[in-house]
Structures are given as structure tokens and as C-alpha cells.
Ligand binder design. Structure first.
Ligand code: GLC
Length: 754
């Protein structure tokens, strides 16, 4: 009962816009009296502040938490208020692709839809820091205007393996692209006066048994690959909070790991903000606090009891407890809620939809375009749109990273909006199947509480040869959309990497029949991550990868197919020829389907029992993705950083100049084709002592402006020497090798002795 009173008080206090609880109590929280407040708080109040109110419907043993306790229905969690001291609840909400709250509320005619922006991997594929920052600003605006304080994003874990269920939410296999994208995103969101929570720190690179599995990697792999994106983003963008990950790291829970959270994060990187657990992460509130994990979310009474008991026994120090309380108060006083911001509940969703569409376009990667199949110049052409995903388009992924948007533009609608004529008979065939499959699914799952956040994706089906013959006669072009979906709580099974039987048949039949009639075939990959392409790409004329492009996805693909936008995306990860070309392929649960029931996993008797389930060894060490593939001398189907344009670009000039503690690299890029477009300058470095390094590593990148035919642009990179260092496991520090360095952009290289 006590909790409920505090909870309802916190709601009441929030309603007052700031929190002045007990009127005659002079001491009320403000930005300048935090130490005083800490000293005035009781142990009970401190434990209350450091443990969230809880998840709707789930009991904190004393109270069952309801939607209204979330203050903003659909928010992921809130902190407890301490009205006596003027401390309000603050609201924490997901997610990386846009604010995730309930779109409707009981007894409220207003709606609360949010914009579904391109998912993380699509943003990374744009290789455009300014665009990512702009996306962050728009999302941050919706967080603020719908009354939330902290956005639980960005997801920044390395895509170590193509089958990790949450790769769609993350950015890349490369730590530099991941870190710089995250930094841009955080800057954008926090410009709006709300906070972020860079997550999941660290080594959360699989969903299978995520709450109990033990990630085991070398110190060098941690420093140069898995910690690196967080280090870059934290130093550059100062996220208000960090979310620790579920998993163990070398046998210690990340959320109870002083080496990770005190020594590295705060000691070495100088992070001053708050650390929170992932939801239900860890198993001991006192160990969380003692290790520097300040806030326990969503929280429960037993976590609070652990704090109080440990403190009374002297197992939780005053210093650690008060440090966490102080950091939590320092966070609260920054938040819109504390500062009484009068949110509108009316963000400019129309303007944000346009931003979502533009940014989705820039994330689209053109993998193949034989004989200038694309763009489709003539609108008079009839188009046969195959693939059920064309009609049930994937705007986002599964789980807390998904958005409750008002609509999704599928590819049929997008192509129609662009003025194309689509074969209506074929469209009806697919639309009828979507309807029938969806109704069947809904009937079978009515009232069942199956996989949490489950998302139904209809299955493709075979079309008989005569029918396809008919479509080939009456249409000028075929487009086939293939879909791949994934998300939180489960990794993808290895079968997801390859074409399904019905997809193989569709590609074979359509390409054979349309080519026989001198018609072309375009494949659109509406996917959550890398998949196999080598076995079928020669059968088609063009391949486009729009990823999960948000609510305007269908319009964005049509913008590129029609030539309104020249594609400038580049792969943020390797498209391997075969799954087993993935470095460390066998050290991943590729054949263990983890589903929602194992969301909380099985607490292993000991963490050495089942490989890739209770523990995962990062056997590839620093050689993740292209770093490993190139070291092994293997070829990708499409390599990291690859992407075509409707025009061509030349690297006109590349030069390097040594300064005292850095090098300055200048590169000039020219649009040598006929179509205006943007190009990405990807700066790679090859270090001396090649035996211990990858053949090349991404160092930085910049995207040009839109260059017209014949136009050039010079880009400058300012590279401090410490960015050329690597981790020395003997010295336990980073060191810079002396010798000859090679810098490369495109096909140009320059060397310099450093
Ligand atoms: C989830 C996710 C995390 C999310 C949080 C709140 O389990 O791991 O990314 O922000 O819980 O929904």
C-alpha cells in the first residue's frame, strides 16, 4: 500500500508541473542544493529513488503497477518521486527508431502516435552524421512534446554476427561507424533538452539467453571493438545516461561490474552521468549500486530491500549509495519534468514524416544496377510487383525498438504515389493473401499471450508459371520484394540468412520469364540485416536494400526507383557469401532458436554448461566482420562500405600532412558522371606490424554535399595520433606503433612514416 501512495503522490506531484510536496518543508530540490538534499534523505528514500516504480501489470511484491503509474502510458518506466523533498518522477521511454508510447488512451479522444523513423542500421547505412543528428532532433522533439524525459537509445552494440535479433536496432559491425553514428544521434536528441541512454553497455551481441549468458572476449577485443563505440559516443556526445547490459562479462554481470562501470566508464573515460540497468538486468540491487550502476529499472521491492539490507550490514558503502543518489538527482534536475516544461502533446508529425522519408532514402544501398536498369525513367511502364512484403512492408523491427506509428506506406502505395502503374491483378492476389493470412493469424492468436511484442509477417507463396508468363507479357518490369524481420528476445535462425524455397522459386520463375520477354527484374530487400545474395544476384538486373526504413518506407523506395533521389547509402556490415564465412560463425547460437519464453533465459547451473547459450566465446577476437574476412583473404558477396550510385565519382586527390600530434588528410571527390549525387569518403588506415592488425580499419568518414555533374568537393580529416593506437594487453593500455602508415580513400592510397 505504501508504494501505491508514493506512486500516486508522484503522479499528483508531477501534475503540478514541478514537485513541491510538503509545503512547510523548506528544503526542496533545486540545481544548487543537491548535496544538501542527499544529506536530508533517509535510507528508505534513497533506496526508493534508486529503484524504479516497476512495469505495468508486474508486481513489485507490495504493489501491482498500472499504466497511470507510468505517467505517460506506454512509457518503459519511471523513477519514484520523493514529494517531501520536491523530487518528481521522471519518465523513461524507448526507443532508437522513435518514441514508443501507447498511441491511444482510455477516455481520451486524442491520439499519441509517434513517427517511425528508419531503424538504426538504416541510419548507419546513410554514413551521414548530419542526417543522423537531424533524425535525433526530430525524435527528441517528440520525446519532449509527449512529456517524456529520457529516450532509451541509441542501441550501439556491435553487429558481431548477422543473425543477432537486434542488429536492426544497432548500427554496424564496425566500431567507428557505430560510435560516430551514435554520437550524432545523441547530440541531436539532447539538443531538445531531453536525455538519452546509450545501450547496452557492453558485449550484448546476442539475444539468446541474454539475461544469463556470459560474453567472453579478450581485453583487446573489448577495447578496440566492443567498448569502442561507447567510448567514442560518450566522449563526443555526453549521453545523459548509459544503460548497462543484461549479460555477464567474463563471469560478472555487466550491471554489477565495477571494472566496467567504475574503472573504465568513469575512471578512464571520465563519464559523469548516470548508469541504469536494462529492464530486470542483474540480480542484486546492492551490487548494482556498489558497482556504479545507479538506477535499477524497472524496479521492484526486493531490489530495494537488498539495498537497505546491504547498507545496514555495511556491505554497501555510504560513498557508493550517496554517489548514486547524487547522480540520480543531477539527472532529474536536467529533465523537462523537473523544470515544469509544459509539453504540447502535439509534435509536428507531418514535418517529421518528411524527415523520416528523406533519411530513409539516404540509407538505401544500391548493390547492383546492370545496364542502368534503374532509375525507372518512364512512368508509362506497367510494373509487376511480386513478393508479399511489397504489400505488407516492414517499417521497423520487433520489441522495445519498434514504434507505434499511425501508418506505414507499403511499396505498392509508394509506387502509386510516385505515379507508376502497378499490375492490379497481381496486387489483388497478394493483398487477398495478406488479408487471409493475417485473419488466420489473428484468429489463432486471439487472447493468447504468446511471444512478447510478436509481429506477424505473412509468408510468400508460389505463383504458377502460366500466370507469371501473363504478367511478363503485360508488364515492362518486375520488382520482387524480399522481407526479413527480427527483434528483441530472439536471434535469427541460420535458415533466415538464406533464401527460403518459395523465394528461390519466385526469383527463378520471374527472372526466367521476364528475361525471355526482354523485360528486367529488380529485387528490393526490405530486411533487418545481412542475408545471402551470391547464389541469386546474377539472375536479376538490380538490387536495392532499403532495410527497415520507417513509416515512409514505401515512398522512400519509390523516390529512389524513380530517380527522384540518387541512392548514396553504403553497407554498414559485410554481406557474406555464406553464413559460415562470418568470422566466429560457430561461436554464436545460429541454430538455437531463442524465443520470448527464453527472454529471461534459464539461469545456468554453471555458466560453463552450454556453449553459445550459457557462454559465448568471441573467438574471432578483434577480427570482426570485414576485419576478419579480409585477414582470411576471403571475398564478400558485397563488402562493408559498398554501395553504388546512379552517377560515378572519382577520388581526384588524396594527401596527408604530418603535424605535431596528428595528421591532416585531405581528399577531393569529383562527380564524374551525369547524375547529381552524394558520395561517402571512407578513410581507412593500414597500421605497421600488419601481423597483429587487420589489413585495414575504418578511421573516419564524411559524406559530400549533393554534387552536380563535374563538381568536386574537398574533405578534410583531422586525425589525432591516439586514434591510430591499438590496445596492448601486456601494458594494459593503448599504444601507437612507430612505422609506416597507409591511408586509403576509395582506390587512392598515401603512405607516411609516423
Ligand atoms: C528491454 C531492452 C532495452 C529497453 C528496455 C525498456 O528489455 O533490452 O533496450 O530499452 O527493456 O523497454
Amino acid at each position: 500500500m505504501k508504494k501505491a501512495i508514493i506512486a500516486s503522490l508522484s503522479v499528483a506531484c508531477l501534475a503540478m508541473g514541478s514537485c513541491s510536496g510538503n509545503k512547510d518543508n523548506a528544503l526542496q530540490l533545486n540545481k544548487n542544493n543537491i548535496d544538501e538534499i542527499v544529506n536530508a534523505m533517509t535510507l528508505e528514500e534513497k533506496s526508493l529513488l534508486l529503484v524504479g516504480i516497476g512495469m505495468p501489470g508486474m508486481s513489485g511484491t507490495e504493489t501491482v503497477v498500472g499504466e497511470t503509474d507510468m505517467i505517460i502510458p506506454g512509457a518503459a518506466g519511471v523513477t519514484n518521486a520523493i514529494p517531501r523533498l520536491g523530487i518528481p518522477s521522471i519518465v523513461l521511454a524507448d526507443g532508437p527508431a522513435g518514441l514508443r508510447i501507447k498511441p491511444t488512451r482510455e477516455n481520451d479522444s486524442k491520439t499519441y502516435y509517434c513517427t517511425a523513423f528508419p531503424v538504426g542500421v538504416c541510419l548507419a547505412a546513410s554514413w551521414n552524421k548530419q542526417l543522423v543528428e537531424q533524425t535525433g532532433e526530430a525524435i527528441g522533439n517528440e520525446v519532449r512534446e509527449y512529456g517524456c524525459d529520457i529516450l532509451l537509445a541509441p542501441g550501439t552494440n556491435i553487429q558481431r554476427n548477422p543473425l543477432c535479433g537486434r542488429n536492426y536496432e544497432y548500427y554496424s559491425e564496425d566500431p567507428i561507424l557505430s560510435g560516430m553514428t551514435a554520437a550524432a544521434y545523441i547530440k541531436g536528441v539532447q539538443k531538445m533538452g531531453v536525455g538519452t541512454s546509450i545501450k547496452h553497455f557492453a558485449l550484448n551481441n546476442q539475444e539468446t539467453n541474454r539475461s544469463y549468458m556470459d560474453s567472453r572476449a579478450s581485453e583487446r577485443a573489448k577495447r578496440e571493438i566492443y567498448y569502442k563505440p561507447f567510448e567514442i559516443a560518450i566522449k563526443e556526445a555526453k549521453p545523459w545516461t548509459v544503460m548497462s547490459s543484461y549479460n555477464y562479462i567474463d563471469g560478472v554481470y555487466a550491471s554489477q561490474n565495477p571494472t566496467l562501470l567504475q574503472d573504465v566508464l568513469r575512471g578512464e573515460w571520465g563519464y559523469k552521468g548516470l548508469v541504469m540497468t536494462d529492464w530486470f538486468g542483474g540480480d542484486n540491487g546492492a551490487a548494482n549500486i556498489q558497482s556504479g550502476n545507479d538506477l535499477i529499472m524497472p524496479g521492484s521491492d526486493d531490489r530495494r530491500a537488498q539495498i537497505i539490507e546491504a547498507y545496514k550490514k555495511g556491505e554497501l558503502s555510504d560513498e557508493a549509495l550517496n554517489a548514486s543518489v547524487k547522480r540520480t538527482l543531477e539527472l532529474i534536475v536536467k529533465c523537462p519534468t523537473f523544470n515544469g516544461y509544459q509539453y504540447s502533446n502535439n509534435p509536428d508529425l507531418k514535418a517529421h514524416a518528411q524527415i523520416s522519408r528523406n533519411n530513409a532514402c539516404e540509407g538505401i544501398v544500391l548493390l547492383k544496377n546492370n545496364d542502368n536498369t534503374l532509375p525507372i525513367t518512364s512512368k508509362s511502364k506497367n510494373i509487376a510487383l511480386f513478393g508479399i512484403t511489397s504489400y505488407c512492408y516492414n517499417s521497423g523491427g520487433i520489441g522495445s525498438g519498434d514504434v507505434n506509428e499511425a501508418y506505414t506506406v507499403d511499396l505498392l502505395e509508394g509506387m502509386k504515389n510516385a505515379g507508376f502503374n502497378l499490375d492490379t491483378k497481381l496486387a489483388k492476389k497478394y493483398q487477398d493473401s495478406v488479408k487471409e493470412q493475417t485473419e488466420k493469424y489473428d484468429k489463432e492468436h486471439a487472447g493468447k499471450n504468446d511471444a512478447i511484442f510478436a509481429k506477424f509477417t505473412p509468408k510468400d507463396f508460389a505463383i504458377n508459371g502460366n500466370e507469371i508468363e501473363g504478367y511478363a507479357l503485360t508488364n515492362e518490369l518486375a520488382i520482387i520484394t524480399l522481407g526479413r524481420m527480427s527483434g528483441e528476445f530472439a536471434d535469427r535462425h541460420i535458415s533466415e540468412f538464406y533464401l527460403k524455397e518459395e523465394e528461390k522459386n519466385l526469383i527463378n520463375q520471374v527472372s526466367e520469364t521476364f528475361h525471355k520477354n526482354n523485360k528486367k527484374v529488380v529485387v528490393v530487400l526490405n530486411i533487418c540485416g545481412a542475408m545471402e545474395t551470391a547464389s541469386w544476384r546474377d539472375k536479376v538486373d538490380a538490387i536495392l536494400v532499403p532495410w527497415l526504413g520507417g513509416q515512409e518506407g514505401g515512398n522512400a523506395v519509390a523516390d529512389v526507383l524513380s530517380g527522384k533521389v540518387n541512392p548514396s547509402g553504403k553497407l554498414p556490415m559485410t554481406f557474406y557469401k555464406d553464413y559460415f564465412d562470418t568470422p566466429g560463425a560457430k561461436n554464436f547460437p545460429y541454430d538455437k532458436i531463442a524465443d520470448a519464453k527464453s527472454m529471461f533465459g534459464d539461469k545456468a547451473v554453471n555458466r560453463d554448461s552450454i556453449e553459445n547459450y550459457d557462454y559465448t566465446i568471441y573467438s574471432e577476437d578483434i577480427f570482426v566482420g570485414y576485419r576478419g574476412l579480409e585477414k582470411e583473404g576471403k571475398e564478400a558477396a558485397y563488402p562493408f562500405g559498398y554501395g553504388l550510385s546512379y552517377t560515378t565519382f572519382q577520388i581526384e586527390d588524396l594527401k596527408v600532412e604530418r603535424k605535431k600530434t596528428k595528421v591532416i588528410i585531405k581528399v577531393t571527390i569529383k562527380n564524374s558522371g551525369d547524375f547529381p549525387g552524394k558520395e561517402v569518403a571512407q578513410l581507412f588506415v593500414t597500421s605497421p606490424h600488419a601481423e597483429k592488425h587487420p589489413l585495414r580499419e575504418l578511421l573516419d568518414y564524411q559524406k559530400t554535399d549533393k554534387l552536380i555533374a563535374g563538381q568536386s568537393q574537398e574533405l578534410t580529416f583531422d586525425i589525432d595520433f591516439d586514434r591510430l593506437s591499438c590496445w596492448d594487453e601486456e601494458l594494459h593500455s593503448s599504444t601507437m606503433d612507430i612505422g609506416e602508415y597507409t591511408f586509403q580513400v576509395g582506390d587512392k592510397k598515401v603512405k607516411i612514416k609516423l
